[in-house]
Structures are given as C-alpha cells and as structure tokens.
Ligand binder design. Structure first.
Ligand code: PLP
Length: 379
C-alpha cells in the first residue's frame, strides 16, 4: 500500500517542537524559554496598517512576489540598514523568514546536491534540505573561533556535489555575528567553489556589540540569496511576513515559484509589514535594548550559580553548558526539566551533534520568567 514519501517521512522533527508539544500538554503553568517568541506586543502602527487593509477590504490575492509598495520600501530598508542595493524586482515577500529560506533553496537546489549547514545551527536548515532530497553536510563552529564559519576549514568540506552554503548571522542558537571582513571572505569562498550562499539574516536588527554585515553587499557574481524576516524585529511572528533578496539571475525564477507554494503572502499582513517600515523605529531599538539587558541579567544569574554559557553578540538566545549535568543526553534532560521543574528549554542536540550537552534558552521571554527559569535550571 502507498505511504508517505520516504524523504518526507524521514525528515527529522525539530526538537524544539517536541518540547513545545509536551509543554502544551502539561496541566500547570510552565516557564517557556524554548521558543524565540518576543514577549513584546506587536507595535500599534503595525496593527493599524494591517487593520486599515482589512477595513478597505484589501483582502484579495497580491502579486506573487508581494505588494509593490512593500517591495519598494524594502529596497530602501536594505540600502539604509544592510548596505544591500537591490532593485525591487529582486525582493520577494515571503510567509516569514522560513519561507524565504525554503524559496532560496528550492530555487537553487536539486535532489542529490550537498549543502553546507552550521553545526550547531537552526534545525530547520537540515529539515528543509532533507525535504528537497538534498544532503546536509554540517560544518563545525568552534568556540575558539567565536563560533563563526572559517572559510579555510570550509574548503575541505566542498565536494563535487556541493551546491550551496547556509550562513546564519546573527546566529540562532549561538548569537555569533558575521562582520564585514568575514562576510567578504565568505563571498570569495562561494566564488572560488561556484556555490550559492544562502544568508539567513532574520535577526539582522538584533545585535548588541558587533555590527552584522550582509554578505550580499560583497556579492560580485550574483551568488548570495539573503533571507530576512519581520517576525523578530517587529514582534510579529504570527503575521508571517519575511522576504528574500535574490540575485537578478534567479529572482524571476524565485518569484514564479511563489505561485505553487503559497500564491502570495496574506495581503493585510503585508500592509502591516509596510507600516512597520514606514512607522517609528524606536520600538526596534527599545526591544533590542531590552534583550541586551536580559542577556546581561541572565549572564549574571548564571555566573552566580557557576553555570557556563556563551555570551551572545546578537539574536536573543543563551547557549548554556549543561555537559556536567545532563549525563550525555540533553534531550532527555530537557524533557525531565520540563516535567519536574516546569521549565521548557531547547535541547542543544536538536541544533546538530555539536549541541549535545548544551541547551538554548530564549531571552525573548519576559525578564522575571527568564530569571526564575534559569534559577530552576541551575538548582
Ligand atoms: N532563521 C532563524 C535562524 C530563525 O531562528 C527563525 C525563527 O526562529 C527564522 C529564520 C524564521 O523566522 P520566521 O519564519 O518566523 O520569520
């Protein structure tokens, strides 16, 4: 009898969702440090933009690559904040940053291709690559190199089937930030091996110390596909708006692919995103500052309890060392922590083999809950 497609069935499940499902199934209140869900409300001007679209019945299909005014506004944002000078034809509005990533991959990869992905790295990279019947090849991120990709080491992982590399900065789960020099070297690495560079910059506006650089700003040969999102920057995760910036030679193909994937992004949500760009930006700075304060408070709390962690430079996660507590099985340890102490965290191993013995706690959760969760975790 026919069954689910083997590659769909074999796709690994996100360990974050496993924790989420258990958390939802428990009867009492839990402290949720497992997901990157901003504790802030969606800014009023974003809601007003979406509401105005609803009020004027702008609820029909949008063009496949997005509402024209939003694409134009995005070219201005990209030039001003990312140093990326793109034509509006290169910008494709997507259903969140995840769909931008999937679109970038589906536009550039075929079955059997190898894709270099970070270890540890966001689990969805490996999941999407597997769905396309391509093969993820993990590249290690080393603490002594600031958990940043090392182009010299990457050279050794490239084979005849390697087609792309995924780079994530500021990174989830590590908070590592690619700055200008490395962004340029990664572009030259992609040139040297004739690869696509898929750059996940969904946390581009959440950086504390270092200045994140967009590899696309150094792209000479049209190899960089950059993925961005409104989800985290404007605390609008459920509105599902992101965007892909593709080189001219692949942009029209990517835009065309939106038809069988999603047709177009929710039209009122696109107007919410437009309002996000056109409205006051102090909300973004306020949230960034709050994440930074939480990072510093959490770091102090862990220092006081003698728990090791990595100090993130961007995004909003703490990568916490529980190697001496979890007995080599952080997944079971995290599930037990949730059942016994009502604290949900993401087990590091879901981010790749290098994450065994580590866990990820989200700084997007409110300060009080965050500190209480860390205290229970360290106890
Ligand atoms: N990329 C990374 C590294 C993420 O952590 C996330 C969300 O957690 C995304 C992309 C996608 O975000 P969204 O699809 O909500 O815009």
């Amino acid at each position: 009898m026919i069954g689910a497609a083997p590659n769909a069935e074999a796709m690994p499940r996100s360990g974050i969702r496993e924790v989420m499902d258990l958390a939802w199934s428990l009867p009492g209140p839990i402290i949720g440090l497992h997901v990157g869900e901003p504790s802030f409300s969606t800014p009023a001007h974003v809601l007003a933009g979406a509401q105005a679209a609803l009020d004027r019945h702008d609820t029909r299909y949008a063009p496949n690559p997005g509402v024209p005014a939003l694409r134009t506004a995005l070219t201005e944002k990209l030039a001003a904040r990312n140093g990326v000078h793109a034509a509006s034809e290169q910008v494709i509005v997507t259903a969140g940053g995840m769909q931008a990533l999937f679109l970038a991959m589906i536009a550039t990869l075929t079955a059997g291709d190898e894709v270099l992905i970070p270890d540890p790295g966001w689990p969805n990279f490996a999941m999407a690559v597997a769905l396309l019947q391509a093969r993820p090849v993990r590249y290690p991120l080393h603490p002594e190199r600031g958990f940043l990709p090392d182009p010299d080491e990457l050279d050794g992982l490239v084979g005849p089937r390697t087609r792309a590399i995924i780079v994530n900065s500021p990174s989830n789960p590590l908070g590592a930030v690619v700055e200008a020099g490395l962004a340029e070297r990664l572009c030259r690495f992609a040139d040297a091996h004739d690869l696509w560079l898929i750059s996940d910059e969904c946390y581009d506006e959440i950086a504390f110390d270092a200045a994140p650089a967009s590899p696309a700003a150094w792209d000479r040969e049209g190899r960089v596909l950059s993925c961005f999102s409104f989800s985290k920057t404007y605390a609008m995760t459920g509105m599902r708006v992101g965007y892909l910036v593709a080189p001219p030679r692949v942009a029209a193909t990517a835009a065309k692919l939106q038809e069988p994937l999603i047709a177009s992004v929710n039209t009122p949500a696109q107007y919410g995103a437009l309002a996000a760009l056109e409205g006051p930006q102090d909300v973004v700075a306020e949230m960034r500052l709050a994440y930074r304060e939480r990072r510093d408070l959490a770091a102090r709390a862990l220092d006081e309890r003698g728990v090791g962690y990595l100090m993130p430079q961007g995004a909003f996660y703490l990568w916490i060392d529980v190697r001496d507590r979890c007995g080599g099985d952080v997944r079971s340890w995290a599930l037990e922590l949730l059942r016994e102490r009502q604290v949900a965290v993401a087990p590091g191993v879901t981010f790749g083999p290098a994450g065994e013995g580590w866990l990820r706690a989200s700084l997007a959760t409110g300060t009080e809950e965050l500190l209480e969760g860390l205290a229970r975790l360290a106890a």
